[in-house]
Write a protein that binds this ligand. Structure first.
Ligand SMILES: [Zn+2]
Ligand SMILES: [Zn+2]
Length: 123
């Protein structure tokens, strides 16, 4: 690969943002990769800041989803218990049990999302 700006020079790498080839004369090391111009440096800095923010948000998101999962399963158990207490009345029984099922499904989803967030924050 040749440098995008200097067609005679061999490229030593590619700009982290626009992926153009850059030679030693025009490559700028940002610490997280090389860039071809100050404009690309700004973009890379913005991207990095965004990624760092996301990483910080992951454990918080995971925690809140875990809390939701626990809350929903508690509600599920509660509704199931109500249903079983009222099982002489088949309508109320079914009503409470379907609520319980919805809560449990919600809990499972929250748990899965939480696990995904927790995993992303570790990598
Ligand atoms: Zn660039
Ligand atoms: Zn160059």
């Amino acid at each position: 690969m040749k440098c995008f700006t200097h067609s005679q020079s061999d490229a030593v790498g590619a700009c982290k943002y626009c992926l153009k080839g850059v030679c030693t004369a025009c490559a700028k090391d940002t610490g997280i990769g090389i860039v071809c111009s100050p404009e690309c440096h700004e973009q890379v800095k913005l991207l990095k800041a965004m990624m760092d923010r996301n990483k910080q948000a992951f454990p918080i998101a995971a925690k809140s989803h875990f809390r939701n999962a626990i809350l929903l399963s508690l509600f599920g158990v509660l509704f199931a218990a109500f249903g079983i207490m009222e099982r002489s009345d088949s309508f109320t029984f079914r009503f409470f049990l379907s609520f319980a099922a919805i809560m449990v499904i919600g809990a499972v989803f929250s748990f899965l999302i939480a696990r995904k967030f927790a995993k992303s924050s570790r990598t």
